[in-house]
Design a binder for this molecule. Sequence first.
Ligand code: AMP
Length: 217
Amino acid sequence: MRIVLLGAPGSGKGTQCKSIVERYGLLHLSSGDILRKERAAGSDLGKKAQSYMDSGALVPDEIIIEMMANAIGKVPDTGFILDGFPRTVNQAAELDKSLNHSGQTIDIILNLDVNDSIILDRITGRRSCPQCGAVYHVRNLKPKNTGLCDNDGIELVQRPDDTPEVVANRLETYHEQTEPLVDYYKNKGTVFDIDANRSADEVKNEVFEMLDSLVIT
Ligand code: AMP
């Protein structure tokens, strides 16, 4: 099974991916996570991506396409779920081309639909553990001890691109450059729209119901 998960920043892509991966045994490929790891490692790729990420802009297509082609090339037969990639129509077309080359296609596209006002609240309240990547929210998903990760006790941080100014830019970037992808995929086949204004559990239940019916039939 090869899945693309579409949705604005803060629509819950990372959270849903975690649940999907646990249930269906797919590999989770998050372009944002890969970029953050490259930055933490101080690689050339990480350095090139830095200024774009910090301002809420997209990293140029050629950098991302090569990075993700490498990551997808290493995936075992069990399949994958893409999170945060593709993010432009050009990236999607390049992905299709490279999959076609090896006789593969994307099987399922899930589109998490959320209002901008909910996204702003979700992202600006988000805190994460710099060590293990666990994600919390200052009101909706508090750690047991304020400001500390439940898993390892490390001090939680706000991602530099989760501040209100940068989130506004990321949302604008999403509407301008990434939202057209929904139509790109709708023209090619089935996109499953999911109302993701609801709680993570409600969204997860609908996603599981839908994926179960596709996997079993
Ligand atoms: P995310 O964690 O998915 O919100 O990604 C964080 C940042 O990484 C984005 O705001 C972009 O600057 C960059 N990024 C992640 N994925 C892509 C992509 N597919 N194309 C371009 N830039 C990306």
